[in-house]
Design a protein around this ligand. Structure first.
Ligand code: GLU
Length: 340
């Protein structure tokens, strides 16, 4: 049975949303509307130490400004802790997780030969298409993995729960990154599904939320490509079919590094405050996604387009095979430099 298409926007209110986030939201929006999918909004606010109290309200403003309409009420992760806890209890019951008391320092020290254990771009390789991976932190060396169901738990607050990976090699057919292979033992390692305070961590919350919402397509930055393999392991555990993934290359500065403060102010709220029209951002994103296509509209055609016309044109021509696989480079945050 084919599932009715459901897409989602999943911003983390850890700071202001910037041009890179806008580009990802817009691609998700155009894709969703092109397939008459429901588009959900989920606020990923469980990463409590990094959450900024003002940032959620700003996400709503940013989306409205960009003309991105989502369907239904937003889902707020911090309101779903009980749902996550019930899956975590099952994971303990099934011996699929174990309590881990290691600190980051312990892990780095225990991985005696870090060059053999750390993720490198070569441990996840694209056999077609293009993708980039930032090397991740040290692979967990399994120090606490001898714990089994029924044994005493360490004191509350002293441990996170770690998911025991299935070591079989995995393959993912990404709509943008192409076919990617992964050897879970050398590329992922057992990974945390809670924080030390016991709250659910990103990897599990995102899967539970996407399963509950029936999400069929996940569009996000390719810094999360390795996470897709972790999340696929959780889908397998839950006996659910994973969504189709589209990991889009990140927007980078002239130095090739992901967009950050050092590249100047690229916050959407900043452009808004400067009186920049949202159309400028949408046209820039459209150009970065489809501008390499011969039939991309020329400036003399689009000069008088409204924001809605831009959206409709991108929705009408949306097709994953036409989406650029290259990184988008911002040489200057100056609105006049955002090439339209
Ligand atoms: N909240 C994540 C972000 O803002 C996205 C997570 C996801 O799409 O799975 O980068």
């Amino acid at each position: 049975m084919t599932r009715s298409p459901v897409c989602r926007l999943a911003p983390s209110p850890t700071g202001a949303q910037h041009l890179g986030n806008a580009r990802t939201f817009l691609i998700a929006y155009w894709s969703a509307r092109s397939q008459n999918a429901r588009l959900l909004l989920r606020i990923e606010d469980i990463d409590s130490p990094r959450i900024k109290p003002w940032a959620t309200a700003q996400v709503f403003e940013d989306l409205a400004w960009l003309g991105i309409q989502y369907d239904g009420e937003p889902v707020i992760q911090t309101e779903r802790s009980e749902v996550y806890q019930s899956v975590l209890r099952n994971l303990i019951e099934d011996d699929r997780v174990y309590p881990c008391v290691c600190s980051r320092k312990d892990i780095d020290e225990a991985a005696s030969a870090p060059h053999e254990h750390s993720v490198s771009a070569s441990s996840l390789r694209a056999t077609s298409g293009f993708h980039s991976l930032e090397p991740e932190t040290t692979i967990y060396p399994g120090t606490c993995s001898s714990w089994h169901r029924g044994q005493a738990m360490p004191p509350d607050g002293d441990y996170c729960l770690r998911f025991r990976i299935d070591p079989h090699s995995m393959r993912l057919d990404d709509l943008v990154a192409g076919t990617v292979h992964c050897d879970p033992t050398s590329a992922l390692g057992d990974f945390p599904v809670t924080r030390k305070e016991g709250v659910a961590a990103y990897q599990i919350a995102v899967v539970i939320d996407d399963v509950d919402a029936g999400v069929t397509e996940v569009v996000r930055g390719d810094d999360l490509l390795a996470s897709a393999f972790r999340q696929r392991q959780i889908y397998d555990y839950l006996r659910q079919s994973p969504p189709q993934y589209a990991h889009v290359p990140l927007v980078v500065g002239a130095d090739g590094r992901r967009l950050a403060k050092r590249h100047g102010d690229t916050r959407l709220s900043w452009y808004r405050d400067q009186g920049v029209h949202a159309k400028t951002i949408v046209a820039w994103a459209a150009n970065s996604v489809f501008g390499h296509q011969e039939d991309f509209p020329q400036p003399d055609q689009t000069r008088d387009w409204t924001l809605d016309q831009w959206h409709q044109a991108m929705i009408d021509q949306f097709d994953w095979s036409r989406v650029s696989q290259s990184k988008t480079v911002i040489t200057s945050p100056d609105p006049a430099e955002l090439r339209v």
